[in-house]
Design a protein around this ligand. Structure first.
Ligand SMILES: Cc1ncc(C[n+]2csc(CCOP(=O)(O)OP(=O)(O)O)c2C)c(N)n1
Length: 358
């Protein structure tokens, strides 16, 4: 069992691909068909490109606040690729690459960050819960879904995401503990991107790693190199098999690094160590997975350039559609919060109308 071999109490970390894309232990390398490997890489690349574009749109004053995923693509796609269509996905708010892999249309994701809640209503067949900004609240939702799956004897698992900062919230404890005591088919992925806004991981918790929290709940936990899509994949496959066998939940800590700002209203250069950042750039998940595919003769630098151009054009086209059709009615913002608007909010509504809000 990977969770035994890579014991979080001994501070071990599961890795299949090193930062240069070389397999570190051939016995761990999963047998994934070529088509799926390419789909995984292309989704990571689409995620990276759509993310870069979203930041640009926001800087151009065309998009609202946006939470980038740069650097975290493997921590997301490695998991999504190990799931079945029947499995539930419960995101926080920084999982665009996983959502794309699970089938969410880019248009909806852009629509959401454009401020239109319609972007958060996914096709029920995708089994994706709405993006959740209240930190860790989604862990209880995931536990509830997994409980329902168990009662209904459905062959499906629920995967929930939370950040390193989110593990300090009460609802993380409630949800993970509930999953453990009821032996639910649930996987909780902690995306440890080293920061909760400006709070570094070292200040967030005194635990030596976040996967050791599993010990307290009596469930398996594992620290995984979150920049390695193959390691994330095999950890998820094992956790999923365990859940489907009725052996309960798993806690996976994906160790990664947020290469961008927390959101577009943050400046990380004020608080992050530039040496750490430069070091993290060399561990970029796209660099290593691209090299792995090149070594397998499944990819090339020319193909990469072509795809980046294709995904850039695609992102621009989709965002244009969002701008043309996705504007919310200004009155919707004001109509549903209060029965009677307080005077200062009424004043804001008037001012917004004067500025041309529809
Ligand atoms: C309940 C709650 N408290 C505070 C916030 C404000 N807030 C937004 S993001 C964030 C930090 C989250 O850090 P982490 O869980 O590590 O996830 P990351 O943003 O790094 O993906 C906070 C405190 C919130 N959204 N919800």
């Amino acid at each position: 069992m990977l969770t035994t071999k890579f014991d979080p109490l001994k501070d071990k970390m599961l890795q299949v691909l090193d930062p240069k894309g070389k397999v570190v232990d051939a016995k761990l390398e999963p047998k994934i068909d070529d088509e799926t490997l390419i789909k995984m890489y292309e989704t990571m690349l689409l995620g990276r490109t759509a993310d870069t574009k979203a930041l640009q749109y926001q800087r151009q004053g065309r998009m609202l606040t946006y939470a980038p995923i740069k650097g975290q693509e493997a921590a997301q796609v490695g998991v999504a690729a190990a799931l079945g269509k029947e499995d539930w996905f419960v995101p926080a708010f920084r999982e665009m690459a996983a959502l794309l892999y699970k089938g969410a249309p880019l248009k909806q994701l852009y629509l959401y960050w454009y401020g239109n809640e319609e972007g958060n209503h996914f096709d029920p067949d995708l089994k994706i819960l709405p993006i959740s900004v209240p930190i860790a609240s989604q862990i209880n939702h995931a536990a509830g879904i997994a409980y329902a799956s168990k009662i209904q004897k459905k062959e499906e698992v629920t995967v929930a995401y939370v950040g390193d900062g989110g593990t300090s919230h009460g609802e993380f404890h409630e949800g993970v503990n509930f999953g453990a005591v009821f032996n639910l088919p649930m996987i909780t992925v902690i995306q440890n991107n080293q920061f909760a806004i400006s709070t570094p991981r070292s200040v967030q918790s005194k635990a030596k790693n976040l996967a050791t929290k599993a010990v307290g709940y009596g469930i398996p936990g594992i620290v995984v190199d979150g920049n390695d899509p193959l390691a994330m994949y095999i950890a998820t496959v094992e956790a999923r098999e365990r859940a489907l066998k009725g052996d309960g939940p798993t806690l996976i800590e994906a160790v990664t690094y947020r290469l961008g700002p927390h959101t577009t209203s943050d400046d990380p250069t004020i608080y992050r160590d530039e040496k750490d950042f430069k070091d993290a750039e060399t561990k970029d998940p796209l660099i290593r997975f691209k090299q792995y595919l090149i070594d397998k003769k499944l990819w090339s630098d020319e193909k990469d350039e072509e795809k980046i151009k294709e995904f850039t054009d695609y992102s621009n086209k989709i965002f244009k559609e969002v701008e043309e059709t996705g504007l919310v009615d200004l009155d919707d913002v004001f109509d549903y919060q209060y029965e009677t608007l307080p005077p200062h909010i009424e004043e804001q509504r008037q001012r917004a109308k004067e500025r041309g809000g529809k």
